[in-house]
Design a protein around this ligand. Sequence first.
Ligand SMILES: Nc1ncnc2c1ncn2[C@@H]1O[C@H](COP(=O)(O)OP(=O)(O)OP(=O)(O)O)[C@@H](O)[C@H]1O
Ligand SMILES: [Mg+2]
Length: 270
Amino acid sequence: MLHIKDTDLPNIIELKNITQAYSGGDAPILQDLNFLIEDKPGQGQFVIILGASGCGKSTLLRYIAGLQEPTSGQVLLRDKPVKQSGIRAGMVFQQYSSMPWLTVLENVALGLDFQGVEEKERKRRAQEMIELVGLAGHENKYAVYPTLSGGQLQRVAIARSLIASPEILLMDEPFGALDINTRLQMQDMLEDVWLKFQPTIVFVTHDIEEAVYLGDDIYIMAANPGRFVHHVTVDLPFNRNLEVKHSAHFNELVREVEDKMISVSEMSRK
Ligand SMILES: Nc1ncnc2c1ncn2[C@@H]1O[C@H](COP(=O)(O)OP(=O)(O)OP(=O)(O)O)[C@@H](O)[C@H]1O
Ligand SMILES: [Mg+2]
């Protein structure tokens, strides 16, 4: 099992001794799971979670977002239970999650609803985010497929989750359903957005190249029960580009992660 060292840096996300059992399920899906993300001063973290389907990745994001509580164990944001922390994480779901009866502009502005920002200001900020994620010209379309393409709908979700400048941004396979070119474009867009806002991003993906391209730290989970077993530090330049992607070291890291994933899948087999 992976032990993550708790240094003097402040903790931003901490999961302690988590167990998740469901009635009807025979064995817990998560057991004695521990996880820690520290806050490096003046720098957002880009943390990747990799793991087989069903190992509990989405469940972990739901805990951090305050949408679900574990059967036992603690979920702390800046050392406080989620509800008491006052931190509201942004979330981009695995499936498109826009309101199809609202326009792009209305969907993005929705991200500010709970903050009591007045309408004019909400619209101004929504417009700014729409431009940032490359959706200018589409603001008055309904956020529904096929009026907007899959990639455009995911941009709407990203803009909505970012508009409130969340300290923590949770992304659950946000680019999983996109074609390869759109996916690559979205990765670069997210990289730009991250550099601009510097949130702590927890990003779930099944794509190892995407993990190495975007992440600073990659954590690998095993299943049955779900827990963290490996950590890979991505020691690539801060600002990623095609040159980095084509470097020998990038490919070494991809191979290292791939090897670890293979060893984990053998470990998880029942
Ligand atoms: N309400 C529930 N009742 C019973 N089992 C559940 C419930 N919610 C989730 N599970 C189970 O918990 C496990 C973890 O689900 P989760 O969605 O977190 O997996 P995941 O790692 O995100 O998988 P994927 O990569 O396919 O998205 C699965 O086996 C799922 O069937
Ligand atoms: Mg999932």
